[in-house]
Design a binder for this molecule. Structure first.
Ligand SMILES: O=C(COP(=O)(O)O)N(O)CCCCO
Ligand code: NA
Ligand SMILES: [Zn+2]
Length: 305
């Protein structure tokens, strides 16, 4: 069933488990996400960035909304990294049931102002809101935040921010970053900071940049002709510790990008004569489903629906 982000994340925070929020850009990714959630009886969030909305528009949103409505587990459609009030409202008009306003590149006051505006409008329409305080390292779609400007979230500021904005869930900067290169070897996750913020707050917390970049997938990617440097993602045990404290929404995009590309490359290299799209995109869906299953088991959301 199609529900709001709160319907999924409030139980997750209370139950100390995480729910995957997976980015989609087409039908096969959407099917892999929602069918795997149904098979494992897991709640799930499907998210579209502004780039995905540019790429697939209402057509893609409608695919997600229809699969979500017919799903036998709770599914929310979430706007990832909404960059403005207008973008958030447009998404709600498109049928999104959860929206992020990411004003984390502003100073505290302006972030509060912009977030508050979206919260008021979204709540008037029964839609829940994610906002962000602190800055991730890595590449945020519309912003390059280099390491020295990456500010981890201050726990006291988080309390003030939540009180002043009414945000339903909060993305915090705890050491993760977007993309396949999250740091040499095992990226540093500030568990003490997560624990502190979780102890001072009661709303669901969000971890961006939570792809694990599984080495097995990276090897298959290279073997099938892909080129990638020394890629690293967040360790499963770091994610499990984080969800134990209060991280309830866990963003994953890179793992699906790698998995779908592995499926496609392996299909094309194994059968150079193949040109039936179902034989090329079908394997992508299969590899993505395996990666999604692993993530749901790590997060502890299996059987929670
Ligand atoms: O936090 C994430 C995903 O993080 P990851 O790159 O670890 O999958 N997102 O918000 C997805 C969009 C970022 C650009 O791809
Ligand atoms: Na988001
Ligand atoms: Zn993100």
């Amino acid at each position: 069933m199609l529900v709001t982000g709160n319907d999924i994340l409030i139980p997750a925070r209370a139950g100390h488990y995480g729910v995957g929020s997976f980015n989609t850009n087409n039908m096969e990714i959407t099917q892999a996400i929602i069918h795997t959630a149904e098979r494992l009886r897991s709640p799930v969030m499907v998210q579209m960035s502004e780039g995905a909305i540019k790429y697939g528009g209402q057509d893609l949103a409608n695919i997600v909304i229809d699969l979500a409505r017919r799903a036998t587990v709770p599914v929310a459609l979430h706007l990832d990294h909404g960059s403005s009030y207008e973008s958030a409202l447009k998404a709600i008009k498109m049928g999104f049931t959860s929206v992020m306003i990411d004003a984390s590149h502003h100073g505290f006051e302006d972030n509060v102002k912009e977030t508050k505006r979206v919260v008021e409008a979204a709540h008037a329409m029964g839609i829940s809101v994610e906002s962000e305080l602190g800055r991730l390292g890595g590449i945020e779609e519309h912003i390059v935040v280099d390491e020295k400007d990456a500010f981890l979230t201050d726990p006291e500021e988080a309390v003030q921010f939540i009180e002043q904005t009414g945000t339903d869930y909060l993305a915090i900067a705890i050491g993760t970053s977007h993309g396949a290169f999250k740091g040499k070897g095992r990226p540093y996750i500030d568990h003490a900071r997560i624990e502190k913020i979780a102890s001072l707050t009661s709303i669901p917390l969000v971890a961006h940049g939570s792809s694990g970049v599984p080495q097995e997938i990276v090897e298959r990617f290279r073997k099938a002709g892909g080129e990638i440097g020394d890629a690293a993602g967040i360790a499963d045990e770091d994610l499990q510790r984080a969800t134990g404290f209060g991280i309830a929404k866990v963003n994953v995009d890179t793992d699906l990008r790698l998995a779908s590309t592995v499926g496609i490359r392996e299909a094309l290299t194994a059968n150079p004569k193949e040109f039936d799209p179902r034989k090329i995109f079908g394997p992508a869906r299969e590899v993505m489903s395996q990666v999604i299953e692993h993530k749901m088991r790590v997060l502890g959301s299996v059987g929670k629906a």
